[in-house]
Design a protein around this ligand. Structure first.
Ligand code: ADP
Ligand code: MG
Length: 334
């Protein structure tokens, strides 16, 4: 039997699930390319460590996936090839079958680009599954029941909100707001209020360390280093968790709007299921402190974070391959 790989081709991270072994690859979706020859120099973790530190004449470090879709086709293909080879083992002669997730909102052209990239990267057969469905399967939500299940997946580039019943998306909304927009909001707040320029990695570190979706009563602070806007010199400042939660207001509001718009359009029978069972949060963004509380506050619907939210989509793609017969109607086979 050919090897079966489930791939979560995310904007921020690529995870590969191998049937029978679980998640074997979990690396940032970053590629370092030689500026002179265009050849790939490093992929994943190794490439990410060069980000923002590269000599621009010789090395270009890129994130080939942007806002959930392929921004740079050739580089995405190289990245997939690298991860597929790494997960299949060099000695493998039989090309693997792969299941890759794509955001619910992508166009036919974008779906084809993902499929072609997988086939060119060495897959024997490539199936596509919509990301909210994969996230729900990975979160062990009973998606095949005739009952409404609501999932909110917050990744690096996109947030996908969907109500799923009978293995299909009944109502969904996909927005190009995710963890990256939260990082940008932090960087622009720090620049505006503290006149300090910080890089995207620093902004993300601040978000993960002290970020919060709602204001907190404790005085939690963090020191951050950046470059003074005026003097141009390095400077250290201290920011509070409440400042960061203020900085995150706008992108969080957009996520709330997406959740509201799905709830608004959900048929009554399913919406009563959702009220009973609550909404399930997946993706790295689900780990932002007090986000479930905020969503529950504004919608009145209970909200829970899935176990291991960063792995749900990858596990879901892998499980979907194992249950391909049941899901046949919900997948794109190519
Ligand atoms: P993608 O599917 O787009 O690759 P992931 O689901 O892997 O994205 O999530 C990556 C995002 O999650 C990044 O924006 C990252 O900053 C964010 N993230 C990771 N851990 C946390 C955390 N503890 N709190 C808030 N955001 C987090
Ligand atoms: Mg994702």
């Amino acid at each position: 039997m050919p090897k079966q790989l489930g791939i979560d081709l995310g904007t921020a991270n690529v995870l590969v699930y191998v049937r029978g072994r679980g998640i074997v690859i979990n690396e940032p979706s970053v590629v370092a390319i030689s500026a002179k020859t265009g050849k790939v120099k490093a992929v994943g973790l190794e490439a990410r460590n060069m980000l923002g530190r590269e000599p621009q004449e010789t090395i270009e470090v890129v994130r080939p996936m942007r806002e959930g879709v392929i921004a740079d086709y050739v580089v995405t293909q190289e990245m997939l090839k690298y991860f597929i080879n790494k997960a299949s083992g060099r000695v493998s002669v039989v090309r693997p079958e792969v299941m890759i997730c794509v955001p619910a909102g992508v166009t036919g052209v974008e779906r084809r680009a993902v499929r072609d990239a997988a086939l060119h990267a060495g897959a024997r057969r490539a199936y596509l599954i919509s990301e909210p469905l994969a996230a729900a399967i990975g979160a062990r939500v009973p998606v095949s029941d005739p009952s409404g299940n609501m999932i909110i997946d917050i990744g690096g580039g996109t947030t996908e909100v969907a109500v799923i019943s009978l293995n299909g998306l009944v109502v969904w909304r996909s927005i190009r707001v995710g963890g990256n927009k939260l990082d940008e909001a932090i960087a622009s707040y720090v620049k505006r209020v503290h006149k300090l320029r910080i890089g995207e990695r620093t902004a993300e570190e601040v978000k993960i360390a002290i970020g919060s979706a709602m204001s907190v009563t404790e005085d939690i602070r963090m020191e951050i280093r950046g470059r003074d806007e005026v003097a141009g010199l390095p400077r250290t400042i201290s920011v509070s968790a409440n400042e960061i939660s203020e900085a995150l207001t706008e992108p969080l509001q957009q996520i709330i709007e997406a959740v509201r718009s799905v709830l608004d359009r959900t048929p009554p029978e399913l919406s009563s299921d959702v009220i009973d069972k609550g909404m399930i949060l997946t993706g790295g963004g689900a780990m932002l402190r007090y986000l479930p509380e905020l969503l529950m506050d504004v919608t009145g619907v209970p909200c829970y974070v899935a176990d291991d939210p960063l792995s749900c989509v990858a596990i879901g793609t892998g499980l979907a391959l194992e249950h391909i017969e049941v899901l046949r109607d919900s997948l794109d086979e190519m």
